[in-house]
Each structure stands twice: as structure tokens, then as C-alpha cells.
Write a protein that binds this ligand. Structure first.
Ligand code: SIN
Length: 279
């Protein structure tokens, strides 16, 4: 397996490995080590059936829970992220977020497999939230260290959220409901359970406030942190090809699906792996 960094800071492309069969324990350790080191791994040229994609994910961990979206028939852990060429309306994933951060135990990782890819566009952009934390001043790190963020799915899947109402023109069956109004607090700075690295655990889509602060106070602090995370030197970007499988660590990254391929179809398969309560 050859691991080639995507940037000088995080993210890597992985070649010379075939994910279609059962992996050796050496391969699995190499993948897990590379994942901890790079946070985003982009495996190229994988020819996978849906079952092989699931089998690969299963070798890395248990599947996570997938709310609000109907999964693929007979594959309850797999979502088809589909946008037809003529489809309009908000694009799933097109906002900075860490997957399902509103869950009690948000997914550790997400695996996304490219099935049908536009000739150009439809890239996924990533931010290292570990770098975002490390590049704050010591004073600001001291402030955020002791705070809890309030996370909720309400803006996306609540009755008045972006995907709150059924849209018959949408390829993906997204069904928001009242359960999205629930909120949960997580530490704004979490520690990676394997590397011990600390990272900023807030995101624009699901973090709606800061525990114990007024709306104005939390808005001001969160807006500053969100703007800080958007720094280009904290980012990397994956350009998809058919057969690319990218996995990212939701504990130390955020991502953004770029909506720039109108007139072209994009189909991906997606699995999340179960995570732990952020600490
Ligand atoms: C996601 O947010 O999980 C989707 C990312 C993408 O479609 O590029």
C-alpha cells in the first residue's frame, strides 16, 4: 500500500491496495495507522460491489446509526447519495459539518464510495479541526477548552429545516421530523481516543449554541471559530473518480460537498462507523 499525502498537513491518497476482499491483519493495521496520521484517506481505483463495500467497512468497525434518510433496500447501513443531472434544491452535505454531531455518540468515521462521478466538480472539501484548534491562540484555546457546544439536527431535518419537508423531486428520500428539534451538548474541544490529539468539535450545520451563553455571545464566538476553521491552509480537497473510496475521521475533521456540477449525475454510497461519546 502506497500512501501519498494530499497536502503538507493532512489527507492522503492510497494506492496499491485492493479493498474488494478480506484484508490481512497487517493491511488493516496499516490502514488504521494511516487513518490516525492523515485523518482523510482517499483510496483510488477500487472496483467494489455494494456487499464488498459493506464488508470493507465491517472490517474497520460497527456500523453507525443513520437517521432521517431512507437507506438502500436490504442494506440498512448504506445510504445512496444521489443527485440527478436535472435536480435542483439544496444538496445533501453542502455545508461545513462533522457527520451527525447531534447524536449522543456521533460516528467515528464515514466511508464514501464514488459510483457515478461528474466529469468535473462534485469534490468534497475537508478541514482539519485538530489544526484549527492548534492554530488558535493559547488564550482562545483556554477559553474554548472548558466550553460545551449545543448540537442539533433542527436546521437540517427539523420541520422547518432545509430538508424538513418531503420533496417528491428529490432523488434521496429525506424525511425530517420533530425528533430533529432535540439538542445535545458535547465538549467544544475533544480528544481523539487513539492519537490523544485535541480538536475543535463545532460545525456550522449542527452546532447551534454554546451551553450557558446567550444567543448573542455564542453566535459571536461560534462565528469567529467557524471563520477560523475555513482557513485554506487547514483544508484539503478530494477530487473524485469512479472507484474512489474516501474515509474521513469525523472526530478531527469537518467536510463540505461542493455544489458545482449542475447538469451531471453524481451517485455515491455512504456508510458511517459507530463512534463514542466525545470527551
Ligand atoms: C456527506 O456530507 O456525507 C456527503 C459528502 C459528499 O457527498 O461529498
Amino acid at each position: 500500500m502506497i500512501v501519498t499525502p494530499l497536502t503538507g498537513r493532512f489527507g492522503a491518497e492510497v494506492t496499491d491496495i485492493d479493498l474488494s476482499g478480506m484484508l490481512t491483519s497487517e493491511d488493516l493495521v496499516a490502514i488504521e495507522d494511516a487513518f490516525v496520521e492523515h485523518s482523510v484517506l482517499c483510496f483510488r481505483d477500487q472496483e467494489l460491489t455494494l456487499e464488498q463495500f459493506e464488508d470493507f467497512a465491517r472490517q474497520l468497525g460497527d456500523f453507525g446509526e443513520t437517521p432521517f434518510i431512507t437507506p438502500m433496500a436490504d442494506h440498512p447501513a448504506v445510504l445512496r447519495l444521489l443527485r440527478e443531472a436535472d435536480e435542483q434544491g439544496p444538496l445533501f452535505g453542502s455545508g461545513w459539518h462533522s457527520d451527525w454531531s447531534f447524536q449522543d455518540q456521533p460516528p467515528s468515521a464515514t466511508l464514501l464510495y464514488g459510483v457515478d462521478i461528474p466529469p468535473a466538480g462534485g469534490d468534497t472539501a475537508f478541514i482539519s479541526q485538530a489544526l484549527a484548534y492548534e492554530t488558535l491562540s493559547p488564550v482562545m484555546r483556554g477559553i474554548v477548552d472548558g466550553l460545551n457546544g449545543v448540537h442539533s439536527a433542527r436546521r437540517s431535518y427539523g420541520p422547518r429545516g432545509t430538508f424538513g419537508r418531503h420533496d417528491p423531486a428529490r432523488s434521496m428520500e429525506i424525511h425530517g421530523d420533530e425528533s430533529a428539534l432535540r439538542s445535545i451538548c458535547h465538549p467544544m474541544v475533544r480528544t481523539h481516543p487513539i492519537s490523544g490529539r485535541r480538536s475543535l468539535f463545532v460545525n456550522e450545520v449542527y452546532t447551534i449554541g454554546i451551553e450557558g451563553m446567550s444567543d448573542d455571545e455564542s453566535r459571536a464566538l461560534l462565528d469567529m471559530l467557524f471563520a477560523h476553521s475555513r482557513r485554506i491552509d487547514l483544508s484539503c480537497r478530494v477530487r473524485w473518480q469512479r472507484g474512489t473510496l474516501t474515509m474521513w475521521d469525523n472526530r478531527v475533521t469537518q467536510h463540505y460537498a461542493i455544489d458545482d456540477y449542475a447538469g451531471h449525475r453524481r451517485e455515491m454510497w455512504r456508510i458511517t462507523l459507530a463512534g463514542e461519546r466525545p470527551q
